[in-house]
Design a binder for this molecule. Structure first.
Ligand code: ITT
Length: 182
């Protein structure tokens, strides 16, 4: 029998879903997956992008959903690629980012999780600060092989506890606190 869920993660990115599911599992929330390419407006604000994505997802599926918009913000590049992370990863990728960086390597990942149902629209944010590595290390998705979070020496791709300290973990933790008491 097919399992039914009260809450769905809508995304084109299965990696993000797997991480969100494992994080929400730890808070006792069961998360289903609806794979979809959502509308992404051009904006400097992750929250504005997330809200439009959430409204698009809710209008498509008419069920309680969460979506995420996030990205990698590199300090010495004034926050680039930020909201354009998805596009930049597909074009210049990690190799291109490493070539752009000469000295200052500080960066942060930001995640905005937005919940939407027929009555509520609510966003939650999580940040993970750290730096960009000299070379790619570990086998992970996206920017994981070049991002070293604060207080550790390994990249996200090399860590086995990324889901306990990531930007996504922090945003989903805030979401869970709210969702479980709503
Ligand atoms: P959806 O919009 O369909 O959910 P997406 O992959 O386009 O999927 P985002 O717009 O949130 O998702 O993209 C941000 C990009 O930033 C993502 O494609 C990755 O390249 C990168 N990224 C975000 N969080 C990451 C993480 O935890 N580890 C590695 N890369 C990450």
């Amino acid at each position: 029998m097919r399992k039914s869920f009260d809450l769905f993660f809508v995304s084109s990115n299965n990696h993000k879903y797997q991480e969100a599911k494992s994080i929400l599992d730890s808070f006792g929330i069961d998360l289903g997956f609806l794979k979809s390419n959502l509308e992404e407006i051009q904006s400097d604000s992750l929250r504005d992008i997330a809200v439009v994505k959430a409204q698009d997802a809710f209008s498509k599926f008419k069920r309680p959903i969460v979506i995420e918009d996030g990205g990698l913000f590199i300090n010495s590049l004034d926050g680039f690629p930020g909201p354009y992370s998805s596009y930049v990863f597909k074009t210049i990728g990690n190799k291109g980012i490493l070539n752009l960086l000469k000295k200052s390597r500080g960066a942060k990942f930001v995640s905005v999780i937005t919940f939407c149902d027929d009555a509520t629209l609510q966003s939650f944010e999580g940040k993970s600060s750290g730096k960009i590595s000299e070379i790619q290390k570990g086998k992970g998705w996206g920017y994981d092989p070049i991002f070293i979070p604060d207080n550790v020496t390994k990249t996200f791709a090399e860590l086995n506890n990324k889901n306990k300290l990531s930007h996504r973990y922090k945003a989903l933790k805030e979401f869970s606190k709210w969702y479980l008491h709503k």
